[in-house]
Design a protein around this ligand. Structure first.
Ligand code: WTA
Length: 656
């Protein structure tokens, strides 16, 4: 494995490093900031004691913990001996101290319908949903799958599971029936919570149909709860399927929270790895609650009167940590928006910011670049002066997008926090603190207090400032993954074997002369398309699954808006003729097998693929070819003619 050696990312990083503008925090912001530099000092003195203090202060415990950290590398246990309930911490305790009327979510449906949920409303709805799950036979430890659009019942369902100690596994609503079935089966979920559908780009998306297709093949599922969002007629299987409004509504609102141990599994979230089989990332209760709530409060500088908007989908980790658990633990008012940023027009977000006086906005660089492309007239037409802090997540943000965001959304004054983290890390780990850190456009700056990150070379040696290498983490942190569900060996292998004693992130990074971290993207076979992780192997196996395909190789090609776009090289079986129609069919096939986010943007039929003598596909060359770059080292190529034949084939494919 080598850090991306082709010219693209390197050249880009050289440019980044020439980006010399600096943005020190505004003194007025500093004066009121939640986090000060003292946090770094405290955490450096003793990081275990630091997290211990936070866990004691921030969590309402039924039984206080007696050990802060048990670290049996690579298996961590935090706050053992303690008992708590995360839904109690996110809802009940706020109502008990008089915040029942505070808004938890301002929900906005894509067609324009709205709902407001206060903390008292949440308490009632979560209690009812939890009682309904109990009636369906869900017990502590049983897994519940959730496949829903962005409607209030989604966080309610998650909290209801957590209330009775049933780990949830949320599957992004854009995933296919097949992807849903795979996740349900890996988790052996007993119940599925879904909806008749949701709205996306003005179209009704029928989730129940996908769910039904998935459920043909999921023996563990006993019951299905269906929220009515669209009102269209859907198939309901007698004895298995139940309407949410029938079963949940008639339940008593009171459901005492079930105390669980600190290390009780809170949820599973599946993410792409370097193989075709997604990994079920395990997160547990207390450490995750401490990590997400504390980072939320300090990095976003959240105050009681803020209106916070994390514009991710709850189906991804960003939504789990910064729409649901972090903000709710801090009694924050959040925006929950169902639909697309361009529906009905490209100012949809800016309307929401204006109407709800949003103060903090957290989104992905892909969204920012898409807005840039539409021009600044859209944000300019709205009063965005309520925004006082902006965040970025999911991929490296290029300085140009950073500066556009700063100027046209943040009014040239709101600080930007570029936050690096992963599904596995559970919480933000590399980020500025907005009242402390001088930012540089394009840099995620420094590790969060208590976090030890390093950039190492291929032998695991720390690379001095000014150099690049692999990003690793050298200490456990409370919200870290506890493993891959059902596969401790894969956990050890994937994250802890590349560099002994260190967690390998799969990302390349560079530190500049002042120690600022600059993220360089993935160094493994994982693509990052519009901030979503998609494995090359997963797309390849979806292609090969098609009856016409003999072999496929997939790479990420740089894209001005989505960061990377999927580029597929396809070898057809004998007797199959390349055609535009077939290319279209294959792209649709991938969308069908995995989900529309994985549909290749480019597809090229080729007679052969470049391989090493040992038969390994040389993706590096395919990336160079896709980018139209001069080829790197070809000495290990078994058959040098292959490259020419691929070049000759160019044009015989199909682009979106
Ligand atoms: C990338 C999303 C650069 C990185 C929270 C990581 C980033 C992967 C940033 C995790 C950032 C995330 N700058 N790259 N600020 N944030 N990434 O699991 O490659 O969906 O490994 O978690 O996204 O993606 P995931």
């Amino acid at each position: 494995m080598s850090v991306e050696s082709s010219k693209g990312p390197r050249a880009e990083i050289e440019n980044l490093l020439m980006e010399s503008r600096r943005f020190p925090p505004d003194p007025a912001f500093v004066a009121r900031a939640n986090a000060t530099a003292a946090l770094y000092e405290e955490a450096e003195r003793d990081y275990v004691a630091f997290w211990e203090r936070l866990a004691r202060e921030r969590i309402s415990w039924y039984t206080p913990f007696d050990r802060t950290l048990e670290w049996d590398l690579p298996f961590a246990k935090w706050f053992t001996g303690g008992e708590l309930n995360i839904s109690y911490n996110c809802v009940d305790r706020h109502v008990e101290r008089g915040l029942g009327d505070k808004v938890a979510y301002h929900w906005i449906g894509e067609p324009g319908d709205t709902r407001t949920l206060t903390y008292a409303d949440l308490l009632r709805d979560v209690g009812k949903a939890a009682n309904a799950l109990k009636e369906l036979g869900v017990r502590k430890g049983d897994r519940v799958a959730i496949y829903m659009p962005m409607i209030p019942e989604l966080p309610i369902a998650m909290l209801a599971c957590a209330r009775i100690g049933a780990p949830h596994t949320v599957v992004f609503g854009g995933f296919s029936a097949e992807a849903l079935a795979g996740r349900i089966n890996d988790a052996e979920a007993k119940v599925l919570i879904t909806a008749d559908g949701g709205w996306r780009r003005g179209k009704a998306v029928g989730l129940k149909q996908h769910a039904d297709d998935a459920l043909v093949d999921t023996p563990s599922v006993e019951s299905v709860l269906v929220v009515r969002r669209l009102g269209d007629a859907v198939y309901m299987l007698e004895g298995r399927d139940h309407w949410w409004h029938e079963v949940v509504e008639r339940q008593p609102a009171l459901c005492p929270p079930t105390p669980v141990e600190s290390e009780h599994m809170l949820y599973l979230l599946y993410t792409s790895g370097t193989t075709a089989k997604p990994k079920g990332i395990v997160h547990t209760t207390a450490g995750y609650l401490v990590g997400t709530s504390f980072t939320h409060e300090t990095i976003f500088d959240v105050k009681p009167d803020d209106v916070f908007w994390c514009a991710a989908d709850i189906g991804w980790v960003t939504g789990h940590s910064y729409i649901v658990y972090g903000p709710l633990a801090n009694a924050t008012t959040s925006i929950l928006y169902e639909g697309a940023p361009d529906t009905p027009a490209w100012d949809r977000w800016w309307r929401i910011v204006e109407d709800y006086k949003v103060t903090i906005l957290y989104c992905a660089p892909t969204a920012i670049r898409a807005f840039m492309k539409q021009g600044e007239a859209w944000p300019q037409a709205h009063d965005l002066s309520s925004l006082r802090l902006l965040g970025s997540v999911g991929e490296p943000i290029n300085p140009e997008a950073w500066l556009w965001y700063h100027e046209h959304v943040g009014g040239g004054k709101a600080p930007i926090v570029d936050t690096w983290w992963q599904t596995e890390t559970g919480m933000i780990l590399i980020t500025p603190l907005p009242g402390v850190t001088t930012t540089k456009p394009g840099s995620a700056t420094f590790p969060f207090p208590g976090v030890e990150a390093d950039v190492v070379d291929g032998d695991g040696r720390s690379v001095p400032f000014g150099g690049g290498g692999y990003l690793v983490l050298k200490r456990p942190w409370p919200a870290m993954l506890r493993g891959i569900y059902g596969d401790p060996e894969r956990y050890r292998q994937t994250y802890w074997s590349r560099f002994p004693g260190m967690y390998f992130t799969g990302d390349g990074a560079k530190r500049d002369d002042e120690g600022y971290f600059w993220l360089l993207g993935r160094v493994d076979d994982v693509m990052n398309v519009a901030g979503h992780r998609i494995s090359t192997t997963e797309v390849e196996s979806a292609l090969v699954d098609h009856r016409s395909v003999a072999e496929a190789a997939v790479v990420g090609k740089s894209d001005a808006v989505t960061g990377q776009a999927i580029f597929a090289y396809v070898i057809l079986k004998a007797g199959q003729e390349p055609s535009e129609a077939l290319a279209l069919q294959l792209r649709e096939h991938v969308a069908h097998v995995i989900g529309p986010i994985a549909r290749p943007r480019h597809l090229l039929f080729t007679p052969d693929l470049p391989k090493t003598r040992s038969g390994k596909i040389m993706r590096r060359l395919l990336r160079d070819l896709a980018e139209g770059r001069v080829l790197g080292d070809t000495t290990t190529l078994a058959d040098a003619m292959v490259v020419d034949s691929i070049r000759a084939a160019s044009g015989r494919g199909e682009d979106e």
